[in-house]
Design a protein around this ligand. Structure first.
Ligand code: CA
Length: 254
């Protein structure tokens, strides 16, 4: 019998927390509950969960402060579950170190997919299997060769500018995760880079014209409106796209 993964649910709404516990238990996870930020911090250090589902609106400490406190000493995957749906709230939580962000209400299929993705990403230390094996990331017909520093679609070279390549390469390394505009700008052009994401949008438009069959219906790089970009995951590595399931009919609470 395999060891169950342990999930800490930090949620002050008792109904939601019980619903989530029941759902996660039914899918083979061990669940512990915290109803305040203080409790979340102490249970995280005493119980070493494999993943944390974190509500932001908590009675004592704001969820964002819980997040930054945990990030001082732990890389445990944290998926934020919040009713706060603004782009700024999402970008802020992701920049603080959240692995993913789900806006309430969400379906259980989507929740379970995001949990699996977040846990897998931590296990592989963000290194994609393909990149680790032969220096190549693949998703669909797109391949990024990190040794030759080139990108191909259906085997044909895509002529990217150096900056375009850097953006695609960064997204490929973190496939499946939303990278915020700020994160991308900082990683590529250093901490003093302007926070103006217009330059990114211009690059992205050009990248999409080069790699996507239909730039308005991208298959490889998705836009999380107002927040950032996400590269599709290697289909073989993960077998499903968690975002593709978002529109599926699945149970929602309450
Ligand atoms: Ca709450």
């Amino acid at each position: 019998m395999s060891i169950k993964e342990r999930i800490l649910i930090v949620e002050d709404d008792h109904g939601i927390s019980i619903f989530l516990k029941t759902t996660l238990n039914a899918h083979g996870y061990d669940v512990i509950l915290a109803s305040s930020g203080q409790e979340a911090l102490s249970l995280t250090s005493s119980h070493c969960p494999d993943l944390i589902l974190l509500d932001l609106g908590l009675p004592d400490i704001d969820g964002n402060d819980v997040l930054s406190e945990i990030r001082k000493w732990s890389r445990v995957p944290i998926v934020v579950i919040s009713a706060r749906s603004s782009e700024d709230d999402k970008a802020h939580a992701l920049d603080m170190g959240a692995d993913d962000y789900l806006t309430k209400p969400f379906g259980t299929v989507e929740l379970l997919a995001r949990i699996r993705t977040a846990i897998r990403h931590t296990r592989t230390c963000l290194e994609n299997d393909g990149i680790a094996r032969d220096g190549v990331f693949r998703t669909g017909d797109l391949a990024i060769d990190y040794r030759k520093l080139c990108v191909t679609v259906k085997g044909n070279d895509v002529h990217l500018t150096p900056n375009e390549y850097k953006i695609v390469a960064l997204l490929g390394k973190h496939a499946g995760r939303i990278l915020t505009y700020n994160y991308i700008l900082r990683e590529l052009w250093g901490p003093t880079s302007s926070s103006d994401n217009k330059v990114l949008r211009v690059h992205m438009a050009s990248i999409r014209r080069k790699i996507e069959d239909s730039p308005v219906e991208p298959r490889y790089i998705f836009t999380e409106a107002g927040v950032g970009y996400r590269m599709a995951e290697d289909a073989q590595q993960q077998g499903e796209d968690p975002y593709a399931t978002a529109t599926m009919d699945n149970a929602q609470y309450p």
